[in-house]
Design a protein around this ligand. Structure first.
Ligand code: SF4
Ligand code: SF4
Length: 294
């Protein structure tokens, strides 16, 4: 079977294969965890041994297929000009649901071509260092903003993995593990909170993506100011990246912020219950809007 072609047919922009070994950034990840840079995301401390050895996620795992799926570069926005990060794609079902369906289809094709092979699909659903394997596969590189970049596409993408026991021939959709950031530091310079403390070193507890999506406490005035007009997530370190191109478009796909502030749970569930907005939920979205307005 031609995995690259079949992945492309399913809408993936890049795919690559890594051996089932300790991922290249595992030691750096452990250092990051030990320095407690993860804010309230304490779950990241768990399952260190599974992150080190993907063979513990799927017995007799031979290989990890990394898959990159694009999201729109148009920024979701309200009629009154407030925005959310692009990944949120409020008109679509949550990307976990969409990607899993596509990756499962590819996994089914692999099992049909390699009788007896087992597969496990991961879409943020298992402790696996996905950017590390994507990098190892050669389909792109890790930018100084900590985002995975596929040359020719950029970093507006989701990653998914298929772990498999199948003995696949080596394949590669793209050919870059080189650090193409070179002497650029635009993302580090543009970060409004200093969360990128140095290239590829993110202090999550300062990052607006973390603060607006995962963090459960109150947001102070200074944070509200730094958010500008974006009330969920933050794309600033991606917007300045030359790999994402210069064209910046907005797409009105959200109700106004006053409507969000008046919204009740039932309406929110009807409008956004199946989307990526369900994770932060209405309460955090309203908290974030209030922080911007103060
Ligand atoms: S998402 Fe925003 S706050 Fe977080 S590192 Fe990037 S620019 Fe900084
Ligand atoms: S903005 Fe520059 S340094 Fe940052 S990820 Fe993009 S190319 Fe690399």
């Amino acid at each position: 079977m031609n995995i690259v072609k079949q992945a492309k047919n399913l809408g993936f922009i890049a795919s690559g294969l890594s051996p089932s070994e300790k991922p290249p950034f595992f030691d750096a990840f452990c250092k990051w965890i030990d320095a407690e840079n993860f804010g309230q995301m304490a779950w990241l401390q768990k399952h260190r041994s599974l992150r080190e050895d993907p063979g513990k996620l799927l017995r007799e795992c031979r290989a990890i297929i990394s898959l990159a799926y694009p999201y729109s570069s148009a920024k979701p926005c309200t009629p009154d000009g407030y925005t959310m990060a692009r990944y949120s794609a409020p008109k679509n079902n949550d990307y976990h649901i969409r990607l899993r369906k596509k990756a499962e289809r590819l996994a089914t094709e692999i099992k049909a071509s390699y009788p007896g092979a087992k597969t496990r699909v991961c879409v943020d659903s298992a402790p696996i260092l996905e950017r590390s394997f994507a990098h190892r596969s050669g389909m792109g590189f890790l930018g100084k903003n900590n985002m995975f970049i596929v040359p020719g596409h950029g970093s507006y993408l989701f990653l998914a993995e298929i772990l498999t026991t199948a003995e696949l021939p080596p394949f590669l959709d793209r050919t870059t593990t080189e650090d193409l950031c070179r002497d650029c530091t635009r993302c580090v310079d543009a970060c409004p909170t200093g969360a990128l403390e140095s290239p590829r070193h993110l202090n999550a507890s300062k990052c607006l993506s973390y603060l607006t999506i995962e963090y459960g406490g109150d947001l102070d005035q200074e944070t509200g100011k730094r958010m500008g007009r974006c009330f969920l997530g933050c794309d600033m370190c991606q917007e300045v990246c030359p790999f994402n191109g210069l064209k910046k478009t907005d797409e009105i796909s959200l109700p106004g912020i006053t409507e969000f502030l008046k919204m009740e749970e039932r309406e929110f569930k009807t409008l956004f219950g199946q989307t990526a907005l369900a994770r932060p939920g209405l309460g955090r979205i309203q908290r974030n809007i209030k922080a911007i307005l103060h």
